[in-house]
Design a protein around this ligand. Structure first.
Ligand code: ADP
Length: 169
């Protein structure tokens, strides 16, 4: 027993640090799944210290994507975007931790892969905006909306990370 199931008062998990339960939606897009990059994406979020609280492989339909990309519906690339996003399975994930929305965007890199810095997911694994491997919510509000769109609350798991005292004070 590593102490994960100890009573709250004795557990190694911290309490009272504001913002450590922030959540974001990250999705490996069809090009990332086809290219077998799912593990690489997960690895980066795990190693950063974030906590995985939801994950599934699914074939997204036009309905969910129309909601997900509602703000882009008038863009010239929108039909191609929907076609690309329905071309194969997506791995949708919910990651939790301090400042996770902003940090995830930094880890993912610029929307345009050609501008994405080396060291970011897009900057390491893609070269063109139309096939940029991964999605990450761009604000806390959008993250909440997107998590509710892609996941039922019953698909999200609340669990204690045993090593939280090495991630937070
Ligand atoms: P992000 O995914 O970084 O939040 P946006 O919300 O602006 O970026 O765009 C959503 C997705 O639409 C992008 O990740 C990319 O897959 C696609 N996209 C954006 N701009 C273009 C473009 N100019 N041409 C083709 N696809 C694009």
């Amino acid at each position: 027993d590593l102490g994960c199931n100890l009573p709250v008062s004795l557990s190694c998990c911290p309490s009272g640090i504001p913002g450590i339960q922030e959540r974001t939606l990250v999705a490996v897009k069809p090009d990332g799944v086809q290219r077998r990059l799912v593990g690489d994406v997960i690895k980066r979020f795990e190693r950063r210290g974030f906590k995985l609280v939801g994950m599934k492989l699914l074939q997204a339909n036009e309905g969910i994507l129309a909601e997900h990309y509602h703000e882009l519906r008038r863009k010239p690339f929108y039909p191609a975007l929907i076609h690309y996003m329905t071309s194969g399975p997506v791995v949708a994930m919910v990651w939790e931790g301090y400042n996770v929305v902003r940090t995830s965007r930094a880890m993912v890199g610029d929307t345009d892969s050609a501008e994405a810095k080396p060291g970011t997911i897009r900057g390491d694994f893609s070269i063109h905006v139309s096939r940029n491997v991964v999605h990450a919510s761009d604000s806390v509000e959008m993250a909440q909306r997107e998590i509710n769109l892609w996941f039922h609350s019953s698909e999200l798991v609340d669990w204690d990370c045993c090593d939280y005292s090495n991630t937070y004070q």
